[in-house]
Design a protein around this ligand. Structure first.
Ligand SMILES: O=C(O)CCC(=O)C(=O)O
Length: 259
């Protein structure tokens, strides 16, 4: 079911949305695929630091089908429109705290992250925390940047920054605007997670320049040297026409940027 207009308004205003149980029916196989991808890559998570694989759902033909899943599509399309772009994503074992940061500062286009946490997480055990409204630009956004070094700027520890702690059970989904300030505290050494990054299709020259900026880092493909593209060959080769619609602009821009 498409999101209610009140849910879209909540997302636009506060910068995030919590969707309990959205993918509970899929949690068993998604968790198994998460394990299998790390195994296949020979990556053993020892808990001392974050282990990350990019792009992630792209490593598994079955996880790629999340981009065809009606419930996933309904949420993303409600927020970004039917012609959104899939722009990659990562899979992780997180370890310990994640300090306050944003994933971007996009003034044009809408860039969002669709998160799945595969373990039950509470405020005390490392659930994602967000500062609602911190995705919005202006004086507020400039000042909220102080959460990055909250001890110096605000005289409080990062874990005491006023925020919403979005507690999740496996199968719940959290979507947030890349611009939002987020963090986690008190987490264990092995929090399993993966995400899909999506962006509104770029139409104007400014939007295309923003997308190009996302697809590159320091003049190299975003995931270089781990990958030359934010998609895998499997993602593209197994795509139906419907899925390809969400891949084609990235394919075109990556081709242009690397020619
Ligand atoms: O869950 C976490 O600890 C951090 C998640 C995060 O920073 C992200 O996905 O961008």
């Amino acid at each position: 079911m498409a999101l209610a207009s009140a849910q879209s308004e909540f997302f636009n205003l506060f910068g995030y949305l919590y969707l309990p149980n959205l993918l509970t029916a899929e949690i068993e196989w998604m968790t198994e695929e998460h394990r299998a991808i790390f195994d296949k890559k020979g990556m053993v998570h020892d808990g001392t630091k974050r282990s990350q694989i990019v792009p992630f759902i792209d490593q598994s033909e079955r996880l790629c089908t999340l981009l065809d899943h009606p419930k996933v599509l309904e949420v993303i399309e409600s927020l970004l429109g039917k012609d959104f772009n899939y722009v990659g994503g990562d899979g992780n074992y997180y370890s310990g705290d994640t300090s306050w940061h944003s994933d971007g500062a996009h003034r044009v286009g809408l860039y969002a992250k669709f998160h799945l946490y595969l373990d039950p997480l509470t405020r005390e055990t490392g659930c994602i925390r967000v500062v609602p409204g911190s995705h919005l630009f202006g004086e507020w956004r400039e000042r909220i940047e102080g959460v990055r070094n909250s001890n110096e700027a605000l005289g409080i520890d990062g874990s005491d920054v006023p925020c919403v702690a979005v507690e999740t059970e496996p199968g719940d989904v959290v979507v947030f605007n890349h611009n939002i300030y987020h963090a986690s505290f008190g987490g264990g050494r092995s929090r399993r997670h993966f995400d899909l990054n999506v962006a509104s299709r770029a139409k104007t020259d400014t939007e295309i320049a923003e997308l190009d900026g996302y697809l590159q880092r320091d003049g190299k493909p975003r995931y270089y040297p781990r990958s030359h593209s934010v998609h895998s060959e499997v993602m593209r080769q197994t795509a139906s026409a419907e899925r390809m619609y969400h891949l084609e602009q990235v394919i075109e821009r990556e081709r242009y940027l690397t020619q």
